[in-house]
Write a protein that binds this ligand. Structure first.
Ligand code: GTP
Length: 348
């Protein structure tokens, strides 16, 4: 009988550094043939584009599968299982499967899918790796104002949650076999100590924690954990599972995303400064995409996590490719989409 193929699930909040870590992994995975399943919140397929662009020999474009019909944890039956089934029917099966969840996904329902009869006999979860943006933790982005949350809850009895961001952060930590404290370059040693304590206090479990910058972790550490996480779900219940033992469906109503398209940008530095102001004014959680810079043959990739913005020219616009500035914006449901859209469109 065939050995089960190990599958690593990589989770972590929006912008923690999952794609960066996987990109790095693909370039140091030795001869292992890797299949990658990526799921992203937002309709632009930025992660797929970034990963396909890295040209790793052990993971060709065919081996990178994008799941685009919503968050992977909610589309397990319709999207994830059929994708896995097809992957397993391939003549050349991968040595290892890596799954990048969206930054808003609960890993628990995805891991549970590995107990489906057709999947269970062929694949096992090697481990769940949760990537943490240490700088965001240090800045208190996951430590919500409990008084404000309590006040909102007493006004609206239907609120059965802590803040959605805090809850998701804890659920992703609770499912982890390995936690990668990423972005350590952005904080000092004392800050990192506080981040460790805070992360440890957010889960009852005690997964191993390692530190990283730019997701640089050797493949030998990330792959081959050998946990079989699908057999240990009882110890990793999400807030949602604890609150709705009856199986009420979970959803992502608390978050919204939309795409803004605008024309060419002449002054990149000015554009970035103004975007930062818009992000701060409207509490945008994540913004990413590609910018058409006037007169440049290269495409500019832009990545904002909170109001921290990185940008660089990633590749030339291809012949026949329609040049445009396209950005996906992700925020809490309360975010004023029209105001954000209008403010960004006005920058072109
Ligand atoms: N300074 C710093 N920036 C980092 C580090 N790791 C990743 N980044 C940057 O953080 C931004 C987000 O990184 P991604 O890898 O796209 O994050 P992600 O978790 O895949 O994001 P989503 O898929 O949107 O949830 C990018 O601009 C990265 O270059 C790090 O260790 N230090």
């Amino acid at each position: 009988m065939n050995q089960k193929i190990p599958a690593t699930v990589i989770t972590g909040f929006l912008g923690a550094g999952k794609t960066t870590m996987i990109r790095n992994l693909l370039t140091n995975a030795g001869g292992k043939k890797i299949a990658l399943i990526i799921n992203e919140f937002g309709d632009l397929g930025v992660d797929g584009d970034v990963l396909k662009g890295c040209g790793a020999e052990n993971c060709s474009e065919d081996d990178i599968i994008e799941l685009t019909n919503g968050c992977i944890c909610c589309t397990v039956a319709d999207d994830f299982i059929p994708t896995m089934t097809k992957l397993l029917e391939r003549e050349q099966r991968p040595d290892h499967i890596v799954i990048e969840t969206s930054g808003l996904a609960l890993p628990q329902p995805l891991v549970a899918a590995f107990n489906w009869p057709d999947i269970r006999t062929q694949v096992t979860v090697d481990g769940v790796i949760t990537v943490v943006d240490s700088a965001a933790v240090a800045a208190g982005r996951f430590a919500d104002d409990h008084d404000a949350v309590e006040a909102a809850r007493s006004e609206d009895e239907s609120l059965d949650h802590e803040s959605p961001i805090e809850e998701l952060f804890e659920d992703q930590l609770t499912c982890a076999d390995l936690i990668v404290l990423n972005k350590t370059d952005l904080i000092d040693v004392a800050g990192l100590g506080r981040v460790r304590d805070e992360v440890a206090s957010r889960t009852q479990r005690r997964p191993v924690m390692i530190e990283a910058r730019n997701g640089e972790v050797p493949a030998g550490i990330l792959l081959g954990l050998g946990i079989g996480t699908e057999n240990d779900l009882a110890n990793r219940k999400s807030h949602h599972e604890l609150e709705h033992e009856d199986g009420a469906p979970h959803d992502h109503d608390e978050f919204d995303s939309f795409v803004v398209e605008l024309g060419p940008i002449a002054d990149v530095a000015g554009f970035v400064e103004q975007l930062k102001a818009i992000i701060s004014a409207h509490d945008v959680l994540r913004l990413k995409g590609f910018v058409d810079v006037s007169g440049k043959p290269m495409r500019l990739q832009l990545q904002a996590v909170g109001s921290r913005i990185d940008h660089y020219f990633d590749r030339a616009w291809a012949a026949g490719e329609r040049r445009a500035t396209r950005l996906v914006v992700i925020g809490l449901h309360e975010m004023d989409e029209d105001a954000v859209r209008t403010a960004i469109e006005a920058l072109a």
